[in-house]
Every structure is written in C-alpha cells, then in structure tokens.
Design a protein around this ligand. Sequence first.
Ligand code: IFM
Length: 434
Amino acid sequence: MPGIRSQFSKDFIFGAATAAYQIEGSKFGGCGESIWDHFAKNGGTENGDDGSLACDHFHRFEEDLDLLVDAGFDAYRFSFSWSRLFPDGKNLNIEGLDFYKQLLDAINSRGLRPFGTAYHWDMPQALGQLGGWTVRENAERFGDYMGFIARTFGDGLENLVSINEPWCVAWLSHYLGEHAPGLKDLNSAASANHFVCLGHGLGVQAARAETAKPIGIVLNFTPGRVENRSDSNISALERYEAVTNTWYLSAVTKGKYPHAALSELEPLLPRNWQRDMEIIRDPIDFIGINYYTTQMLRPGGQGFPHVETVDRNLPKTDMGWDIEPKGLTDAINLVSQYAPDMPLYITENGMASEKSISDPDRIKYYQDHLDVVAKAAQTLPIKGYFAWSLLDNFEWAFGYKKRFGLVYVDYETQQRTKKDSFKWWQSELVRSLA
Ligand code: IFM
C-alpha cells in the first residue's frame, strides 16, 4: 500500500519542528537569561515552569536527531536561541556558537535538511529590559543578529526564517499578556506590531547580504468564523482578521497594514512608521504557515478588535482548541491571495493531547490535515509540511502540562518514548519508499 508521499509530488519535504527555548535547556552552555526565563520567574507560566532544563536537548541532540531519521523525516525545523548566542544581547558566547555548529553538522551528516529560524521568542532579557519589541533599537539589533546567523550558519542551512509567529511576539505578548513580557497595553502592542515587522525586514536585508539561501518568515493563522453574515458580524470578522491574520501577511507582502486594524492602531504606531514599510516588504523567498485551529466570533468583548469567541460543538485538542482542518485550507488560500506563486511550507501543525503513548487522536489530526495539504498542493506551490512537534516540550505559559510531541518525554528521567503517532509517521514515510 502506498504511503503518504504518494499523495504529494516527489520533492515534497516532510519534517518535524521544535524551538530552542522549548527543548534545549537554557541553564547550559553559557546561555543568558531570556525574556521567557524572566517571565517564568515572575509568575507568567503554569507552576513557574521554565525552559532551564526542558528536554535537555543541549546534551541529547544526537539522540533526538536520530529520532527524526528513524521516523523517516527529510527535514528538521529548529531555531537558534538569541540568548544562547548573545547572552547579554551584545557579546558572542563561544559555547553557544559551538553548540549550533555541532548541531548543524549533526543535522547535515544525517542527511536531514536544516530549516533554521532566527527568532522563536527567546530574546535576551538584557534587551527585554531596554524595551523588547516595543523599541526600534531592538528591531535594529535583531537585524544585526539575523545577519550574524546568515553569515555564520548560512552555508549549512537549507533556508532561514526571520521570525516565528509575529502575532504571538507582538499581540499575544503585549496586548493579551499571555506570553513574555506579559503586557496588556495597546500602546505597547501597536509599537511591537510595527517593530516586529521592521525587525523582520531588517533581518531579511542583513541576511540577504550574507547568504544566497532562501529567506522567509513564518506566520500563524487562526481563521475567524461567524454564525451569519450580519453587518456587525462582518465588521467584527474584518477587525479580527486584520489584527490576527493579515497584519503581518499584508505588511511583508504588500508593505501595507490592513485598514480594519490600522483605523484603530494608527494613532498608536511609532512616528514615521510609513517610512519603514519598504524595508518590511523587502522580497522574501517563501512563507511558512503555522496552523492549529479556527475561532467562532461575535462582536463584543473588551478592547480591540472588539470580538469575543463563541464555543462550538467541535472536537477539541488538549489546549481547548477546536479541530477544524478546513481552516488550514482557508489559511493557505489567504496566503496565496496575498502572495500568488510564493513557495509555501506548512511549518507547524499538530495537536496537544493528554494521551501519552497511545495517541490515536493525534494520528487522526495529522491524517485529516495532511489530506487538506495534499489537495491544496495540487494547485499551489506548497513545498513541505512539518509536524509540531518532534518532542513533548515546554509549551510556554502552559509549562510542561501540554504535550504536542510525537515522542513522549519523561521530564524526570529525560527518557524518550515513541508514541503511536511517531510510529504512524514512520510507517507512512517508510511505506512510501517501498
Ligand atoms: O509550541 C508552540 C510553538 O512554539 C509555536 N507555535 C504554536 C505551538 C503550539 O502552541
């Protein structure tokens, strides 16, 4: 029986993804304090959990990479930790440099294709103290940092992503207060919404000067739904879409912020923000789509975008997120409207499940979402799909309570155990070769 690859073109890439702070262990190797260490210390996470040990990937990366090979994946999506490389935001940590050199060698020597991300949320706290993403100087520092990544590691990478999920970096962290630095302030959110885009643009320019490898961005999409097309529902949906799904997409592809959000946020944006838009729309080579869920909305709620979510009778993941594979079709279509012909990757997709080793719900989630991707890839340039995540890991504000991994991690012993979903991937990818 043919496996999953038979539904895709021959060169379609399958991989699994992780991120530095979620797995490496920030107490090792001269890593500096990040905004996430600081946030956790100050009560921002469940049980005060932090990434200090995480999955101890810093010491166990060889074993973890073997898992990827064993599953039959082609590629590994990982991130560089800004705090490990520049613990005080300024000076290079040689141990950090050596770690990523070894990691990249180990990825390449296994024949895995390394998809690197410069920023997956662990800004050095030293820069957090200087205003984090709410100040221009840190967008500029990010540009330098990304240039460094491209110069130093570009040769070994398949491609390089600037920023993972700018919505989380800006909105979730500065307005909804759920991620570091935990602010609930529209002014800060507006600034961060602009400076994270500027950081991306400066990063692209700096990296472009250092490497010929493809450069892109990874955006997360949570398509909105409304019960009917009443005028008030439609306006609510437009505001929600503008702040959640199209702010960053429109900025990086068209150099414009969407009107439905700009109308409220413009007075709060940094002075002369318009002058940055050319930098922000500097051409990129691909867009990564992270997709997990959709949201049913109605007008209301506190603060911008003046919507509240409505519970639906849909199956949910352990995050409480509705499972709706059709939302992935919508996300893909949205991106291709803004960026026709742009190569796309599904850079994250997966579910948290409270089940440990036997996880049929996760297998079904992957099957249903892969069906959607296979269909879309018949007409659109979708080049690859990455499962989130290789390992159970530090799920940010939820600490270690939520498990997204294909591999179960016992955090006491650091023992890795393959879940049934891992074996499902393995059998699909191996069968595909038969
Ligand atoms: O764990 C996160 C990841 O770091 C970014 N995208 C969403 C995942 C699940 O919440």
